[in-house]
Every structure is written in structure tokens, then in C-alpha cells.
Design a protein around this ligand. Structure first.
Ligand SMILES: [Zn+2]
Length: 488
């Protein structure tokens, strides 16, 4: 231990010399020297060399401000990690600032409440509405996954959820707010409805957490606000080492898949994330039908969550891009069309089987880690006439990722299902900026940038972006690991 400590001290000293930024603790030694922390600090308690579990603690001006409180997802030990107590006292956190409503950014908020947090939760109004739906849904999944569990065994109870939701305080984009002496505002991140960059002003320094950065190719939303005058940037890197293919031709590829399935008289399964992707695809299909680019084919939205999130989308048309707002003025049914059937109940979902192909099924979950898509996959993956179309990022270990990686069989609900259906994937519907777009965000603010922390990417993606920041812009950068704390 002593040796490790000595090594760490040496590492921190060197790091400080190179970057001017001081590491105060790391997860290996668990050492933290309180007396050194006079300047603002940021601790990384999730999204650290991994995509999910976003959770960052900013301590400044004697306030403790948490940015995001997300769920770890998609790998074997994620559950254990979610259940561990937070590495800080939840009751001492003054405020939580939420970038957007994806579960890997909001999924542990009720647990934070359970551990004693009673501060204000700042978010945009759509983020609050969507987060409420996501968290209710996640609780439902916990109940479904463990029927013999008591309420107390779950990550949080419905009471915790209810308590947490009461703490939300909605803010508009660009509205300035203060937590003690720390001023902050939300900027549009263009990722999903209500998604935000958070820009803090702390002791004359501007610190920006990007949350997730939207891809410029978003169908429904305007592109993200330009970041300026940033000193410390905490940037996501889900696609930190990848360039999106098919951005320009994503609707064409979707169109082709629908045409092909009509010809093959098969079933087109699209695993969808309930927010953004679903609405993007419904909008695209609606457009294709309107311009008679595809034949009439029954489309099922088989996800109670996606049905509800689509209703939230309809409540905030002023946040759509200009083009989409115009279309909305002309006809208000952007996400509804004649052959769309939404299926709420399990019986309705099962009845999709009785509809003769060709048919299109949009169902969650987006990474095939659960949800109704698995029932359809169980039935149609072994059918060579069917197509499974992946339209989003798939976490390692998920069935979606294994199918992209050409698995010849997958286990669903305990059964081995041979894969005979055609597996296709379209990158362009990603709600995440790719490497080029992330570089662009950094380049536009590089003049004042002092340091970049790269988060929310698998290790290879995060480290690649760190290298890019150093090599291209000569700015110090780091991909923190879990528990690391930095003085800024
Ligand atoms: Zn996100």
C-alpha cells in the first residue's frame, strides 16, 4: 500500500507539472488529501472510461453539485455497481444538474434520494418529463426481472421515485441560475429532446459538461449550440474513435429495408430507444408514405414507453428544428400515419404475431437487453425472410452487439435461437456526435481551453480522443478513471 501510495503521489506530482491540474485521489489507493482541495474540484464517479453511469461531482464555493446520476448498463457487473452506495454522502449534495433524460444519465436519481439527497434537481422541462417516464419504466423492469424481490430489494422504491420527481426544477435553455456563488445555464446539446450542455462559471473559470453531444444529422432537433469561452471541457466520447457512415443516406437505407421486407414478405424488426430514435423513424416513415416512396405496410410501435415519450415530443414543438416546426404548423401529425398501430398491452403486443407479413415492428429495448423486441426476435430471427435493422449504439455483451458482430445464434429467454434473418445496421440515426463532430466542438473553443476531460466512452474511444486533443490542439487532456478527483 505504501508503495502504491508513493507511486500515486509521484504520478500526481508529474501530472501537475505537465498539466497544471492536480489529481487528489484515485480509486486504486482511495487516498484523498483534503487539505489540498482549496480550488474547485471535479470527481468522476461514472462514465469514466465507460459509456454509462454518468455521475460527476463538482465542488466549488463550498457547494457540492452533482452533474447527472446515471445507471451503469450493459455488462455483467453493472447491477452490482448500481447497487453500491455512492462514494459521497448524498445528503451533503446541494444540487443535481441533469444534462438529459437517457437512463445512463438519470437512472440512479431515485437512489440518490433514497440515500438522503434532498437538494434541487435542475433540468429542462422535457428532460424532467422524459426522466419521469424512464425511471418509472426502469422500476417496472426491476419488478419484472425479480418477482420474488420485495420493494426494498430494488435499487429504489416507488416512494423514492416520487420524492425525487418532486425535487425537479425546470429551467429554459440559456436561463441563468445560481447555486450559492456558482452560476450555470443549460445550452442546447442537440442530442435528444431537452438535452443540454451545462456551463458553469466558477471563480472566473468556465466549466462545461457536454452530457451527450448530438449528431449534426438529427432529424427533428436543431443542431447543438456552439460552445464558446470554455476553460475546462468535460466531453463525451461514445463515438470518440468512429465516424458515422450512412449519415446522408440513412433514410434511403431505411426506405430500402422497408421495400425489401415488403418484397420478401417478411418481418422487419427495428430495436429502438424510446426517445429520439423512435420519433425520428416514425417521422421518416411518415414522410416516405406521404411521398409514396414506400408501399403501405403495417407498422407497429410496440413499446408502451416509446408511445408515452412520443406524447412528450408532441408537447414541445418549439424545440424542433425550424424545418420541422414549419411542417408541424402545416400538419400536426408528424408521428402518426394510417398504418401505424401502437400496442400498449401484452395482449395487443402478442396479436402482432397474427398479422401476416410483411410488417414492420419498432420495439424496445434499443440494445435488445430486454423488452418486447426479444419476443419478436425469438420468433423471427430464425426466419431467413426477416430483417433485423440496428439503428443505434449497442453496448458490449448486448444481444444487439452480438448480432452486429455476426453471432450465428443467440440465447433469448433461455432458448438458443439460430440467426437466419438478415442483420443490417444504419449508423446515421445515431443521436451521438462522431469523432469528427467531437473534434469540431473542441476546435471551436480551443483558444481558451486549458484542459479536456474525456468521459462516457469505452476505453479505446476515450483514449483515442484524449490523444487527438493533445496531438491536434496541444491541449492537455485526460480520460479519468472511476473515483479520480481533480483540482482545477
Ligand atoms: Zn444520451
Amino acid at each position: 500500500m505504501a508503495q502504491k501510495l508513493k507511486n500515486n503521489r509521484e504520478k500526481w506530482r508529474l501530472y501537475k507539472k505537465q498539466t497544471g491540474i492536480l489529481i487528489l485521489a484515485d480509486s486504486l489507493s482511495g487516498v484523498y488529501n483534503e487539505t489540498m482541495a482549496q480550488k474547485p474540484t471535479i470527481s468522476f464517479y461514472g462514465g469514466a472510461q465507460e459509456v454509462t453511469g454518468s455521475c460527476y461531482l463538482l465542488e466549488a464555493e463550498s457547494k457540492k453539485i452533482l452533474v447527472d446520476c446515471g445507471l451503469f448498463q450493459g455488462y455483467k457487473f453493472a447491477d452490482e455497481k448500481n447497487k453500491k452506495p455512492f462514494p459521497f454522502k448524498a445528503s451533503e449534495v446541494d444540487a443535481l444538474v441533469v444534462t438529459h433524460a437517457h437512463i445512463d444519465h438519470v437512472g440512479r436519481i431515485p437512489k440518490l434520494y433514497k440515500e438522503g439527497f434532498r437538494g434541487i434537481i435542475y433540468a429542462t422541462a422535457p428532460t424532467r418529463d422524459l426522466a419521469a417516464l424512464m425511471l418509472e419504466d426502469a422500476h417496472g423492469i426491476m419488478e419484472h426481472d425479480c418477482r420474488e424481490c420485495s420493494e426494498e430489494d430494488f435499487l429504489y422504491t416507488l416512494n423514492d421515485l416520487e420524492g425525487a420527481l418532486k425535487l425537479f426544477h425546470p429551467l429554459e435553455y440559456h436561463q441563468k441560475e445560481r447555486i450559492g456563488n456558482v452560476e450555470f445555464q443549460f445550452l442546447n446539446a442537440g442530442h435528444i429532446l431537452g438535452s443540454s450542455f451545462v456551463k458553469f462559471s466558477v471563480e472566473g473559470k468556465s466549466i462545461v459538461f457536454t452530457g451527450d453531444v448530438g449528431a449534426g444529422s438529427s432529424v427533428l432537433l436543431p443542431s447543438h449550440d456552439e460552445l464558446r469561452d470554455v476553460n475546462i471541457l468535460i466531453i463525451e466520447s461514445a463515438y470518440g474513435n468512429r465516424i458515422h457512415k450512412h449519415v446522408g443516406d440513412k433514410s434511403l437505407l431505411l426506405e430500402r429495408a422497408i421495400e425489401d421486407i415488403t418484397q420478401k414478405k417478411g418481418t422487419l424488426m427495428i430495436p429502438v430507444f424510446s426517445t429520439e430514435r423512435t420519433q425520428d423513424i416514425l417521422y421518416e416513415i411518415n414522410e416516405m408514405l406521404e411521398h409514396r416512396r414506400i408501399p403501405d405496410v403495417p407498422v407497429f410501435l410496440d413499446s408502451p414507453l416509446a408511445i408515452k415519450t412520443t406524447e412528450v415530443f408532441k408537447r414541445y414543438p418549439h424545440l424542433y428544428s425550424e424545418d420541422i416546426q414549419k411542417k408541424f404548423q402545416e400538419h400536426r401529425h408528424l408521428f402518426d400515419f394510417k398504418h401505424l398501430k401502437t400496442t400498449q398491452t401484452v395482449e395487443e403486443s402478442k396479436s402482432i404475431n397474427d398479422v401476416k407479413p410483411p410488417k414492420v415492428i419498432l420495439a424496445g429495448s434499443g440494445m435488445m437487453t430486454g423488452g418486447r423486441i426479444l419476443h419478436h426476435a425469438e420468433r423471427y430471427l430464425s426466419d431467413p425472410g426477416s430483417i433485423l435493422l440496428i439503428v443505434g449504439w449497442q453496448s458490449p455483451g448486448s444481444i444487439g452487439r452480438r448480432l452486429i458482430d455476426k453471432a450465428t445464434e443467440v440465447k433469448i429467454h433461455g432458448r438458443i435461437i439460430p440467426v437466419a434473418a438478415e442483420i443490417r445496421s444504419i449508423d446515421g440515426f445515431s443521436a451521438h456526435a462522431d469523432e469528427e463532430e467531437l473534434k469540431d466542438v473542441i476546435a471551436r473553443t480551443k483558444d481558451l481551453l486549458e484542459h479536456v476531460f474525456v468521459v462516457q466512452g469505452e476505453q479505446a474511444a476515450a483514449l483515442n480522443l484524449v490523444q487527438v486533443v493533445k496531438d491536434h490542439y496541444g491541449i492537455s487532456a485526460d480520460a479519468p478513471t472511476f473515483g479520480e478527483k481533480f483540482e482545477i
